[in-house]
Design a protein around this ligand. Structure first.
Ligand code: FCB
Length: 451
């Protein structure tokens, strides 16, 4: 461990993140409509151990205690998401006031505790009624999203100053529509590509509406980004690396920053049959809408991607290999890639401001006999990633805040409760919350704005 002292710039914002379906529970309470995640989790065989988010962390009822917990840790900001079907149970039309009131109380509670709310509008729990009309594969869902964004920002826009339209459009498009692992569980690549466009379009359309309702607000979008490296300097590995970067990163970054969908990827998707009707889903004006000015880019970073062409006969031996150091998700621990990612975003795309809206790791370390949770590996993971973020700031990257995923252990999608990302332990039997060592260390980091 280096003894170098790391101090972040004044005003750097320290927070944690969660999402509605992963923590709220209360899936059928106070007029909430069914979401695609309710439906998916209730379908046998979709989630590990048959887990569901029906109760999850019962945050819907325990939010005052969760705010107290955050206050205790000295957190300055909290990123959470709104469950669309609590607000518009059928996706559009009839507003459910009880749903708005829940988030209004939560926002007021956070502000009273001096914790800045960062609201994500879409973290994957689409109203099932909209899925029944085609979901994100249908352009009309992008229109419904604007209506939803309007209702929420009109109601909370006086108090919420930080808005994130979408969480991880790549996951929405591909994990949910091509790989079948997330709701609604489709396996069709062409649909996934169409979906990616409708999600981006809904972002572009919603931003001006949010600005109108919340004139002081900062508005952005969160992407999951993964720096791509080639396993060897061979041409074959570089091709794979370029494809991965296009698929994962550039397909989303390029249109958001006014560069259209990347031509090499359009050609590649066309060759693979993923664009049976070309880019017919892109209509006049769509790309201008998607390139709307945003105040910040949110980055969810977990790991890098090492790209290897396993079949090229004349490939070179790899010079970059995955380390043995992986989390319980199997994701490689490699903090320097966070510096590379932040630098690349700053120098290639120039977002006015960046936030790390998620970073964290899954380790299941639990309480010992004395109730202490020595999650040493998480503490080290966070310290190493904070160090890289600091280095990027020193290099001129306008990074303004950091949200650790997650405030507490929660429902990790298809993995159910088997993966624990929290800095706070949750006993799902008793709903007890117990700060892990990483949380206590984080509290200290926040108090000193460094370590
Ligand atoms: C991200 C999601 C978040 C959580 C983490 C581990 O992709 O945004 O909800 O599941 O991964």
């Amino acid at each position: 461990m280096s003894s170098e002292k790391i101090v972040f710039p004044d005003g750097f914002l320290w927070g944690t993140a969660t999402s509605s379906y992963q923590i709220e529970g209360a899936w059928q309470v106070d007029g909430k409509g069914e979401s695609i995640w309710d439906r998916f989790a209730h379908t046998q065989g979709k989630i590990k151990n048959g887990d569901t988010g029906d109760v999850a962390n019962d945050h819907y009822h325990r939010w005052p205690q969760d705010i107290a917990l955050m206050q205790d840790l000295g957190l300055q900001a909290y990123r959470f998401s709104i469950a669309w079907p609590r607000i518009l149970p059928a996706g559009r039309g009839q507003i459910n006031q009880a749903g708005l009131d829940f988030y209004s109380r939560l926002v007021d509670g956070l502000l009273e505790a001096n914790i800045r709310p960062f609201v994500t509008l879409y973290h994957w729990d689409l109203p099932q009624a909209l899925q029944d009309e085609g979901g994100w594969a249908a352009r009309s869902t992008a229109e419904a999203f604007v209506e939803y964004a309007d209702v929420v920002s009109r109601y909370l826009g006086d108090r919420v100053q930080n808005w994130i339209t979408h969480n991880e459009p790549w996951v929405v498009a591909y994990v949910a529509h091509a790989f079948g692992e997330h709701a609604p569980g489709m396996r069709d690549f062409a649909t996934a590509v169409t979906t990616s466009h409708h999600v981006l379009l809904s972002h572009g359309w919603a931003v001006p509406v949010i600005r109108q309702n919340s004139p002081e607000a900062q508005v952005g979008i969160t992407l999951n980004l993964s720096p791509s490296v080639a396993a060897s300097p061979s041409a074959a590995d570089y091709q794979v690396m370029r494809y991965h970067d296009g698929f994962f990163n550039r397909w989303f970054l390029d249109p958001l920053y006014g560069r259209h969908y990347p031509a090499d990827m359009v050609a590649a998707y066309q060759a693979q049959g993923y664009l049976p009707n070309g880019l017919d889903f892109v209509r006049n004006g769509d790309l201008e809408a998607i390139a709307v000015h945003t105040d910040f880019l949110g980055i969810n970073y977990y790991s890098r991607s090492i790209n290897r062409d396993e079949v090229a006969a004349d490939n070179l031996p790899p010079t970059v290999v995955k380390r043995d150091d992986v989390t319980e998700m199997g994701w490689e621990v490699y903090a320097p890639a966070l510096f590379d990612l932040l630098s690349r975003l700053h120098f290639d795309y120039q977002p006015p401001k960046l936030y790390i809206t998620e970073n964290g790791c899954s380790y299941s370390d639990g309480p010992d006999g004395n109730g202490r949770i020595a999650d040493t590996r998480r503490l080290k993971y966070l310290r190493d990633h904070f160090t890289q973020a600091h280095k990027a700031i020193q290099n001129g990257v306008p990074l303004d805040g950091y949200f650790v995923w997650s405030l507490m252990d929660n429902f990790e999608w298809a993995h159910g409760f088997s993966q624990r990302f929290g800095i706070v332990w949750v006993d799902y039997e008793t709903q007890e919350r117990l700060p892990k060592d990483s949380a206590l260390w984080y509290k200290d980091v926040i108090a000193h704005n460094g370590f």
